[in-house]
Design a protein around this ligand. Structure first.
Ligand code: ZN
Length: 280
């Protein structure tokens, strides 16, 4: 669960088989308004490497996991590790089965999602697949979200922190203040690491990391301004605010929009911007 349905932008070309540097996407067959084209499973293998690393197995779909396994083990490679950007089911539910198929450990920031594997913390460096992969802590979409930087390719795997189209939602285990700080950290990284592409957990590869992150940061600022205006106009509940701010969005998506609004009310509350009679 990921996309902010109110911020959907049309996207370019096919996702399955896309990639950049040493990473190739295997698209899972779970499309929806919240998962866009489906979940992107990334297979990482440098040229001539004897092993591969899989990021986000995706849903527990046997056909998808077999495709992932087949690509990862092509040319006699073995799967060295399976990494999770975060624990949401559309990224992690297939991890146990993929671990069975490949005999690889599963590493995740959240101990609940590890299988015979270590944790993933800020500053950790994962080696394998002919690449060095750096773990960047990016809490916000969820508390356990991380991104993976592959310096040799100038690419960043962003999970649900940045999506290939539209913008992400703050899930009920996320936090907007953390998310804004994470976006600022990634924006700085886009320059310092010379990023050439963002590889998201849903949607197409993003070829303009700095521009995309500027858009995300601006979008959050705009949304906060809209919620602040709705409060000034007298709205006092998340449902009232959604009905005003998301008026032109299909009503079936309003429950998801309420999560985002709740996260923004919490943020405004932490920063002293909430009238006392608002019901969060
Ligand atoms: Zn998610």
């Amino acid at each position: 669960m990921t996309a902010d349905p109110a911020a959907e932008r049309p996207g370019p070309g096919p996702v399955d088989g896309s990639g950049s540097g040493s990473a190739v996407c295997v698209l899972a067959p779970n499309p929806s308004p919240m998962t866009l084209d489906g979940t992107n499973t990334w297979v990482i293998a440098g040229p001539g490497s004897s092993s591969a690393i899989v990021v986000d197995p995706g849903p527990a779909d046997e056909g998808h996991l077999r495709r992932v396994s087949a690509l990862a083990t092509r040319a006699g490679r073995r799967v060295h590790q399976i990494l999770l950007t975060h624990g949401h089911a559309d990224h992690s539910a297939g991890a146990r089965r993929l671990a069975e198929l490949t005999a690889a450990p599963v590493r995740a920031a959240d101990p609940a999602h590890r299988l015979d594997g270590d944790g993933l913390g800020p500053g950790d460096v994962v080696t394998g697949a002919g690449r060095e992969i750096r773990v960047i802590a990016t809490p916000g979409h969820s508390a356990d979200s991380v991104c993976f930087l592959i310096p040799a390719d100038g690419i960043l795997l962003t999970g649900d922190t940045v999506l290939g189209r539209g913008t992400t939602v703050i899930a009920d285990d996320g936090h907007l203040g953390d998310y804004l700080a994470s976006l600022d950290r990634l924006r700085a990284l886009a320059d310092s690491a010379g990023l050439t592409a963002l590889l998201p957990g849903h949607g197409p590869v993003l070829p303009d990391p700095a521009g995309t992150l500027d858009y995300y940061i601006g979008h959050r600022r705009d949304r906060l301004a809209e919620v602040t205006e709705a409060l000034a106009a007298g709205d006092r509940t998340p449902a009232e605010i959604v009905a005003r701010v998301y008026a032109d969005v299909d009503r079936s998506l309003w429950p998801f929009a309420e999560w985002s609004v709740r996260a923004q009310l919490e943020y405004l509350d932490e920063h002293g911007g909430l009238p006392p009679d608002v019901r969060k």
